[in-house]
Ligand binder design. Structure first.
Ligand code: FA5
Length: 350
């Protein structure tokens, strides 16, 4: 039996030396270590040995089994490495210095208008704030004067998580946090609150050429002593003339939002049809772009600011619609389509 074992060791080495690929190696593994393999056979043959012999011999066979297993594993690694090397060698040479003929990527049109607006508002002393997309009911509604069961909630049905949180339906969800963040500087150092906060919003609503279920808004707020509607109109006008670089026809009409009083709808004349009426503006010639108003005293109070002492304005610019108007995109759904055919037409003109 010992002789048989020695023979097996030599035979295994010879077989392994001739193996060319992983399939052949697997055949060898089965040949030696499989259920009916040569080493397994040795173990079966032990039944005819005496107790003492079985003990010594069993240990030797197990050692052989271990050695064979190690050798096969080592061979597997060698073959895998050889295979990778072969694949690398068969690849065409990669020269990093060769100029590429691939098209360069470009920013998404919404990113472009967002950056443009950020640049404009920063130049007027506003800070740019980032805010979460998943918020609480309090942040999105209650803190901005929309208590539970308020009918204004019907306009902003959104997507709820099992834990009660929701995907924010409006950037106004950050108003309370901004008031609290900068409230002390306002009260102690007389530093006005001037912040914009762009962000993605979600609404569970039917989509059409000017409505998406996922879109971007950019909220803005200014709070100080003696802030009035004139300040609001000044900032809105400056922003629009800077973004479009030409005079834009706008109209301001009364609008209801529980977090402003008075509240306005700021519409711009549709730039797709020149005000004639088309699907992009629901055939009205006007596009709702930037609702705004004077911050409601309740909202200031909830943010820790005394409405008797301070006033402010807020606006909620529809960034996705602004991108539509700026770049002449007729259907808002194209902006979320991920289609390179559509999106690669825009470039950073900064
Ligand atoms: C609001 O969301 C208010 N939070 C805005 C606001 C802020 C008012 C501060 C007053 C003070 P509204 O639901 O109208 O309002 O949305 C604001 C803008 O977001 C709209 O004018 C529009 O430009 C854009 N918008 C709203 N819903 C959609 C939608 N489904 N798809 C694309 N854009 C939308």
């Amino acid at each position: 039996m010992r002789e048989k074992m020695e023979q097996l060791k030599i035979q295994l080495d010879q077989d392994l030396a001739l193996v060319k690929d992983l399939q052949e190696l697997d055949n060898i593994r089965v040949k030696y270590m499989g259920k009916k393999g040569l080493i397994t056979d040795l173990l079966k043959g032990m039944k005819d040995l005496s107790n003492d012999e079985r003990k010594t011999f069993g240990a030797l066979v197990n050692e052989l089994k271990q050695t064979a297993g190690d050798k096969i594993t080592q061979k597997t690694e060698e073959l895998k490495e050889a295979q990778i090397r072969k694949e690398i060698e068969s690849m065409p040479e990669f020269d990093v210095s060769i100029p590429t003929n691939l098209d360069r990527g470009s920013y998404h049109p919404i990113t472009l208008v967002q950056r443009e607006c950020e640049r404009i508002f920063k130049s007027m002393g506003f800070t740019v704030e980032d805010y979460a997309e998943v918020v609480t009911d309090y942040e999105c509604f209650e803190a901005v004067n929309i208590p539970k069961n308020h009918p204004a909630r019907d306009m902003q049905d959104t997507y709820y998580l099992e834990n009660g949180q929701l995907l924010k339906s409006q950037t106004s969800a950050a108003q309370n946090a901004i008031l609290r963040k900068y409230g002390d500087a306002l009260k102690n150092d007389s530093k006005p609150i001037k912040a914009i906060f762009p962000g993605r919003c979600f609404r569970n609503e039917a989509t059409d050429a000017c409505h998406e279920n996922t879109f971007f808004q950019m909220e803005g707020m200014m709070v100080d002593k003696d802030i009035s509607i004139s300040n609001l109109i000044y900032f809105m006008k400056t922003m629009l003339s800077e973004v479009f670089k030409k005079d834009i026809k706008v109209r301001l009409r009364p609008g209801f939002f529980p977090f402003v009083e008075p509240g306005f709808e700021l519409d711009i004349s549709c730039l797709i049809c020149g005000g004639e009426g088309c699907p992009s503006c629901k055939h009205s010639g006007w596009l709702e772009l930037c609702p705004c108003g004077m911050i409601h005293p309740e909202v200031l109070r909830e943010g820790g600011i005394d409405p008797e002492e301070y006033t402010g304005f807020a606006f909620g610019l529809g960034l996705t619609r602004l991108a539509m108007m700026k770049y002449g995109v007729k259907d808002i759904r194209d902006l979320n389509s991920g289609s390179l055919k559509v999106l690669s037409q825009f470039s950073d003109d900064e």
